[in-house]
Design a binder for this molecule. Sequence first.
Ligand code: NCD
Length: 298
Amino acid sequence: MYHIISIRDFERRDLDYLLDRAQEFDTGDYRPGILDDKLVALLFFEPSTRTRMSFATAMARLGGRSIGVDSVEASSIVKGETLADTIRVVGGYVDAIVLRHPKEGAARLASEFASVPVINAGDGAGQHPSQTLLDLYTIRQSMPIDGIDVGLLGDLRYGRTAHSLALALSLYGVTLHTIAPGGLEMPANIALELRERGMEVVEHSDVQEAIRDLDVLYVTRIQRERFPDSASYYNVASSYRITPDHLAGVKDRLMILHPLPRAGEIDPAVDRTPYARYFEQASNGVPIRMALLHEVMK
Ligand code: NCD
């Protein structure tokens, strides 16, 4: 059975294969109704707009259907049911489970109890592999990923999109530039893991210091919901914001990406520049998730 839990489980050729499949779905090169007898459960125990809706859209485009739970409050979790039990039960209803959960490791745990494939749609500060695939896909539409310079800006401590993406980029010979507010740096174990995978990781204190060298600037939101208290959040809130002033002298091909939602990190005036690619990035969620859903259920 094929679960999609962490970028750590993938080799480069697996990622490239999924990107190629997504490309086929993107160009309409597939049999209509290819998943028409399939049902997926979307279990989202944390807020989501893009991830949930693009999985539902992808399933509908493939002719399949989805059912789901949108909140902890609306499920038997409030009655004290364990995730393991929920997963065992739901696995008896559907052909695959897409899970978003506030606890790191939840998707891995779910995969151990599920009788059907599990796709991790975000586990706390852990991993977000389907987001990473759509990030890679968006980069690859503009330039080969090999050997480029990517800046990761923002909450690199709690940001699962940053963790997943950095691990994936380490398979492509990318130089990683990390730019994080004090206290929100990439966890030491992940930074070490990246270097052990042969990645060059350069730390910067300021985005201006790095931006002219970058091919991709990946901006992330401060993950307010993961802070232990509101005081520690307010210490770093609003500590960075990309404006058109930052973009003087950057490479022509610079792409600014953001997993979204944004909460002030990118000035809307940047949207009108040719560098802004985050809405296109979001729309790439559909072909990527078509490829993933098809792969685990075919
Ligand atoms: C991200 C997430 O949930 O990790 N959102 C998404 O899936 N596009 C990023 C975020 O919430 O900041």
